[in-house]
Design a protein around this ligand. Structure first.
Ligand code: CP3
Length: 352
């Protein structure tokens, strides 16, 4: 058994932590990816005064938006307000968030030889603002609400470093992977080493569990995932799971589910491209599952939204170990009342 950090009784007995351990719960716990985002007026009130990067790097503000989102929604867990990419800055990446366009990297690693520009971090001092935020959030949250930390999975971070931003076909990433396996190994190793320190430090500062986002791994075939990604993701999860439960979230390709399970994690994070019932059968019932309502369902009229949430709950068959979530992040133009309604619906219909 992993030697997890001791939890307070309130956190240990929280709905979310019980579901992670696949123990019975009074009702299905839920949280929502991007729950502290632009669809929330409370977030925009803070965000309108600072840039996105300033928000990430100011612990008081990151704490405020994290705690407020949990409170106004009534969700069963909070997720640290931060982003996937700022950890890359001290490693040598020149990162900027452009208005309306998202993250851009000005010095992408396009050639194998560029990988030397990305240095593994020996200490977490340069991202101390994240751990300051974690400590503040932990002491501001209700005693029975777990705080989730997170980081990008090695493949998703590597593709950001190589492509320099979003990508449709991942041509640069796959070219390096296929043509220069030595450089690929070096890049992935530096990311695994740095991200495992980063997640362990988040746990040390007060997170009860962490989610690893492999948002882009779905572009890979199962054989390429097995060869170029699985060994690294597996090593990362093994290093972190001794400290706290890990949610392994991957999107875009249900053919990867058996390999996602093989990579490890206490909870498998699912997108909506497969029915939860089928996915859980593939994973096996010895692991918890998080998901997986299509985020676009939140645009539906409330009676339809209710039915769609019920469909996901029914697919989970009231097995212990289901954490309700969307299959991906909530969209920025969402009506916050629909998100609040979803929380009530899941708690009502999930009641045992
Ligand atoms: O879930 C949460 O509420 C916690 C905070 C969080 C953010 N980003 C805040 C954010 C988390 C967990 C992330 C993870 C993240 N960041 C991912 C993985 C999740 C996924 O969607 O698969 C990725 C790919 C990123 C990178 C990123 N950050 C992009 C592509 C963008 C721009 C796109 C967009 O939605 O605007 C961001 C910016 C970002 N990260 C915002 C927020 C609230 C919007 C920034 C703003 O306020 O202007």
């Amino acid at each position: 058994m992993p030697s997890h950090q001791a939890l307070s009784a309130e956190l240990h007995n929280s709905r979310f932590m019980k579901a992670v351990r696949r123990e019975p719960v009074d009702t299905t716990p839920l949280w929502i990816m991007r729950q502290a985002g632009r669809y929330l007026p409370e977030y925009m009130a803070v965000r309108n005064k600072v840039t996105f990067m300033e928000l990430c790097k100011t612990p008081e503000l990151a704490c405020e938006v994290t705690v407020t989102a949990q409170q106004v929604l009534g969700v069963d867990a909070a997720i640290l307000f931060a982003d996937l990419l700022p950890i890359l800055e001290p490693m040598g990446i020149d990162l900027e968030y452009l208005k309306g366009e998202g993250p851009v990297i000005h010095n992408p690693l396009r050639q194998g030889k560029d990988v030397d520009r990305l240095q593994a971090l020996q200490s977490m001092e340069s991202v101390d603002y994240v751990f300051q935020a974690v400590r503040m959030i932990r002491s501001a949250l209700p005693a029975n609400i777990p705080l989730l930390g997170f980081a990008g999975a090695p493949f998703t971070l590597a593709s950001y470093c190589i492509e320099g931003g979003g990508s449709k076909n991942y041509i640069h990433t796959k070219s390096m992977m296929y043509n220069d396996p030595g450089a690929w190994h070096e890049l992935m190793t530096r990311l695994v080493d740095t991200v495992s320190l980063y997640l362990k430090a988040q746990i040390q500062a007060g997170c009860q569990a962490v989610q690893m986002f492999d948002s882009w791994a779905g572009c890979l075939s199962p054989s390429d995932y097995r060869r170029y990604v699985l060994p690294y993701t597996k090593r990362l999860i093994e290093a972190v799971i001794t400290d706290a439960p890990v949610i392994n979230f991957l999107t875009g390709n249900p053919a990867l589910l058996p390999l996602q399970k093989e990579a490890g994690g206490s909870v498998m994070g699912l997108d909506w491209r497969i029915d939860l019932q089928d996915a859980w059968k593939i994973f096996g019932y010895d692991v918890a599952v998080q998901g997986n309502m299509d985020p676009v369902s939140l645009y539906a009229d409330l009676p339809v939204l209710r039915q769609r949430a019920a469909d996901v709950l029914n697919a989970a068959e009231r097995r212990p170990g289901h954490i309700f979530n969307l299959g991906h992040g909530v969209m920025p133009d969402m009506n916050p009342n629909h998100v609040k309604a979803l929380v009530e619906i899941v708690h009502e219909l999930g009641a045992r």
